[in-house]
Design a binder for this molecule. Structure first.
Ligand SMILES: *Cc1c(COP(=O)(O)O)cnc(C)c1O
Ligand SMILES: [Zn+2]
Length: 420
């Protein structure tokens, strides 16, 4: 076992089980299988109890033993422990008994679930001696790497598709990161980054640091269980880009059950995509174990990955847990955004509209039974994708600053509603 590894034991290939040192590597040399962090669960069981967790600060680091950082975290101290909202009004609209929204639109500091994965990846990158960090991003990851690197005094390069939403571009540039717009889809960005990562000694959070990075997503699942008073929800609906978040929420539920922190129950994980980029949901609906790559065309750009790195494993998790996948059109994405905003006062980005829209379909079709309890993972903030809904949310009525004009307006509206 390595020294100074915290509660980690090794990196382990998901395909052949070969073990590797806890370095900045992500694929097996023998079969190119992805590497995953292996923990010492016996030691964790002795250290991590409900009461130790509850005695700690309300951030995702209260589950530190199950996150891949050997020492104290040095990046993103305030990340996580976002609200879990009981969404009764939305539940009534969707026709389900018990509904919760895990609200990562207010995650710290960049308003998406990516702050979880980035603070883990950058804390680990520092432990491994890196001073330059980088990422291939559909937007939110770029924002989070840029902000957290700035706060930690690390140099950052972020690579994004050149046609990204203005909100997400500005949100990376403002922190002083080097932002490189690639004229192509995310999959081309990602391929280029794999080449760059091999050539330069940088910590690419979702390339050579991916085994550590991906583990950060588990914190969302740990929080859901703790916030439900140590209970695993019957259904969790998760947006899928690479498919990683869905697989890691599954891992978090398994770990808490295995450690005795939550009672063992049956649960289903459901995946949500946009129809304009739905390789995983298309395969799931066809009953296939593998997906076919697609060329993305959707307003849900944060989920627009045509060749999802964890798509195969996401399909397996849905199959194992009895979950389903579905996808929604751009109009349904906007409807989902409006529905969540009007019912619960939460303004989500397009990925949130995808999750709400897919949940609606799963409930309507009975794949989520009306009497069950459901958690929706809402992963990003609507203020970053204003353009996606502008022009679809009603309009401002303009009047002169006069009471008479205002009353004339009210009169006209009362009359027009009376007419319908
Ligand atoms: C990155 C991202 C996801 C999920 O990504 P995975 O690659 O599937 O883990 C979900 N929602 C938003 C808003 C994201 O930015
Ligand atoms: Zn292997």
């Amino acid at each position: 076992m390595e020294k100074n590894a915290g509660f980690m034991k090794a990196l382990k290939c998901r395909e052949c089980g070969r073990e590797y040192p806890l370095a900045a590597t992500h694929v097996c040399e023998f079969d190119f299988g992805p590497l995953e962090v292996l923990y010492d669960y016996d030691r964790i069981r002795a250290s991590l109890t409900r009461s130790t967790i509850q005695s700690r600060r309300q951030t995702m680091w209260r589950y530190a033993e199950l996150l891949p950082v050997a020492g104290e975290p040095t990046v993103g101290f305030e990340v996580g422990f976002t609200p879990l909202i009981r969404a009764d009004r939305l539940a009534r609209r969707l026709g389900v008994r018990e509904l919760w929204v895990k609200n990562d639109t207010v995650n710290y500091p960049t308003l998406s679930f990516k702050d979880r994965v980035v603070s883990v990846a950058l804390s680990r990158a520092r432990e491994l001696g890196f001073t330059t960090v980088a990422c291939a991003s559909t937007g939110n990851l770029a924002n989070s790497v840029a902000a957290n690197a700035a706060a930690a005094g690390l140099k950052a390069y972020v690579f994004i598709p050149a046609d990204l939403e203005q909100g997400k571009v500005v949100n990376s540039l403002v922190y002083g990161a080097e932002v490189i717009g690639i004229k192509g889809h995310y999959d081309e960005v990602n391929r280029l980054c794999a080449e760059i990562a091999g050539k330069y000694g940088w910590a690419f959070v979702n390339v050579n640091m991916r085994p550590y990075y991906a583990e950060g997503s588990k914190s969302m699942g740990f929080e859901i269980i703790e916030q439900l008073a140590w209970r695993v929800p019957q259904h969790t609906v998760v947006p899928m880009a690479s498919g990683s978040l869905l697989t890691k929420i599954h891992k978090s539920y398994q770990e808490f059950t295995k450690l005795g922190l939550a009672p063992e129950t049956k649960y289903r994980l459901h995946g949500a995509q946009a129809t304009g980029c739905a390789p995983i949901s298309t395969a799931q609906k066809a009953g296939l174990d593998f997906f076919r790559p697609v060329k993305p065309n959707t307003i849900a750009k944060s989920l627009a990955i045509g060749t999802p790195a964890d798509g195969f494993y996401a399909l397996r998790v849905m199959k194992e847990t009895g979950g389903a996948a579905d996808d929604v059109t751009d109009d349904e994405v906007r409807d989902g955004i409006r529905l969540l905003a009007e019912c619960e006062g939460i303004f989500a980005e397009t990925a949130g509209g995808v999750t709400v829209g897919v949940a609606k379909k799963l409930i309507a079709s009975g794949r989520i039974p009306a009497n069950d309890s459901v958690v929706l993972c809402v992963t990003g903030n609507g203020l970053k994708t204003i353009d996606a809904v502008a022009g679809h949310v009603g309009r401002t009525r303009e009047i002169k600053p006069s009471l008479r004009e205002f009353e004339a307006l009210l009169d006209a509206e009362t009359r027009s509603t009376a007419n319908v």
